[in-house]
Design a protein around this ligand. Structure first.
Ligand code: GLN
Length: 487
């Protein structure tokens, strides 16, 4: 075993603190791993080697001066929909293929201020629309546990690079499951924070009322460390919430006594693979042994409507957000056009991929005057019902547990011709975005070598409970310590 074996933030920062390794050395090891592994996994759109080494030098200075945050000098990857000043931010779209932002997203500023080392930007489904990274305009990312399978999406690159040891942690974004589903598929820990907990400023908008940035890490302790750095109010994001950020590492405790956890039956959907169901049930029993009270078979009856609600609201918001790509202000612009209208039309025709166009059409239709009441307004009303149902559940339970996805990672190409099948891989995650509440996916087993994720759901700004449950579980099990052979 080398010291780089399953290196976590908490272990690496100790090595840095005790001067057993420098950030420059650590960064070189990770860059080497990227060179070895990346041709097979293809998780990164850009590798920012030069920048990473400069940042590592700066981090070493900070550490020498005694200004070390646990994240200082730790190599990270950022999903390519977060703006990085002077560094290409493509959203895996031809539309933004050569877009270089003149500013940083707030999360980037926050991480830079404590000495982040960014080794690359990760591949994703175009504009974060998808569940497999197959919608990237550039290439598909491969699951490090089985290269013939998808890593999940849309933050598939961010999950795969952490699983493959190409980064110690990464950031992803989650609109309907895009952090948790790939975390489950790649056997890493992925958290979608409460809506408003982390600033969305500089995150390229997909569906603004659902999008949240969050960490993908090797374990829950690392997840708490990243959350400590990226959370908090930001005046540049009008939906960020001005409430205090606790020190999340304080809730990493192993005693679950007094916690009441509900298991909603609607999440064990028809068509769920039996191995997924049985692994998650075994994990829940473990949590029971650790002291929590489990209430099996509770009901959240509006759950089955969440998929339909999501696929009206998310495309509606996307159709408005993506109207800005007209070939004038950002990115790709079709030349040789006959006139202004032709230029806009061709820019959008050639700049967007087919899933993005499908969403724009769905959204524009749902918002059009004749159909607005029947679709958009109705969906908003059902959204309220779903949110209220969660509020009521949290009067009785401290947390809920479900599988993260109904299946293990599927084969590349298996669902590309059937968008509805693809949409179904997020049935367990998207109700959480609709309600704006936090949820984390943690490794909970394997079926024939393929990862299974468990989702723990909490009340608004109740991330601490999630950390507590996940930590107790990870201390008592070793799923999160397993590594794919590719590393
Ligand atoms: N897979 C879902 C979609 O395609 C969720 C994506 C996301 O969370 N960004 O919309």
């Amino acid at each position: 075993m080398t010291i780089i074996d399953k290196l976590t933030i908490h272990k690496a920062s100790q090595l840095l603190r005790s001067k057993q390794i420098s950030s420059v050395e650590l960064t070189k090891i990770i860059l080497e791993c990227i060179k070895r592994t990346e041709p097979r996994v293809k998780s990164l759109i850009s590798i920012t080697e030069e920048l990473a080494l400069q940042q590592a030098e700066k981090a070493d200075k900070l550490i020498a001066e005694g200004n070390q945050n646990p994240l200082t000098g730790i190599p990270a990857v950022i999903k390519d929909n977060m703006c990085t000043k002077g560094i290409k931010t493509t959203c895996s779209s031809k539309m933004l293929e050569s877009y270089v932002p003149p500013f940083n997203a707030t999360v980037i500023d926050k991480l830079n201020s404590i000495g982040m080392v960014m080794v690359g930007k990760s591949n994703m489904d175009e504009f974060a629309m998808g569940s497999s990274t197959e919608n990237s305009a550039f290439f598909t990312t491969h699951n490090p546990w089985d290269l013939d399978r998808v890593p999940g999406g849309s933050s598939g690159g961010s999950a795969a690079c952490v699983a493959a040891g190409e980064a110690i942690y990464s950031l992803g974004s989650d609109t309907g499951g895009s952090i948790r589903q790939p975390a489950g598929f790649c056997s890493v820990t992925g958290l979608k924070p409460t809506y408003g907990r982390v600033s969305r400023y500089g995150l390229v908008a997909f569906a603004s009322s659902l999008d949240q940035i969050g960490p993908l890490t090797q374990d829950i302790e690392d997840c708490a460390l990243v959350m400590n750095c990226i959370s908090g109010f930001d005046e540049k994001d009008s939906t960020s919430v001005p409430c205090e950020v606790p020190d999340y590492t304080k809730c990493l405790k192993t005693d679950l006594k007094g916690l009441r956890i509900g298991i909603p039956r609607e999440y064990f959907v028809e068509g769920m693979q039996p191995e997924v169901k049985s692994s998650v049930e075994t994990a829940i029993k473990k949590i029971q042994e650790l002291g929590a009270e489990i209430i099996w078979d509770i009901s959240l009856p509006h759950t089955p409507y969440a998929l339909a609600v999501y696929y009206i609201l998310a495309p509606s918001e996307a159709s408005a957000n993506l109207a800005r790509y007209d070939g004038v202000k950002y990115g790709f612009s079709f030349k040789d056009a006959k006139n202004m209208w032709d230029a806009m039309e061709k820019t959008r025709q050639f700049g967007f991929g087919s899933e993005v166009k499908r969403r724009i059409m769905l959204g524009t239709y749902a918002l059009s005057s004749g159909y607005y009441d029947a679709y958009y307004l109705k969906a908003q009303k059902v959204r309220t019902l779903i949110r209220k149902e969660f509020d009521q559940a949290f009067e009785r339970y401290d947390a809920l547990i479900t599988p993260t996805s109904p299946t293990v990672p599927f084969k590349i190409g298996e669902k590309t011709s059937d968008p509805v099948q693809m949409y179904l891989s997020d049935v367990c995650t998207l109700p959480i975005n609709i309600a704006g509440i936090p949820a984390v996916s943690i490794p909970a087993g394997f079926a024939k070598g393929l990862p299974i994720g468990m989702q723990i759901i909490g009340k608004p700004f109740g991330e601490e409970t999630l950390f507590k449950i996940a930590y107790a579980y990870q201390m008592a099990t070793d799923w999160h310590l397993q590594k794919p052979t590719i590393c």
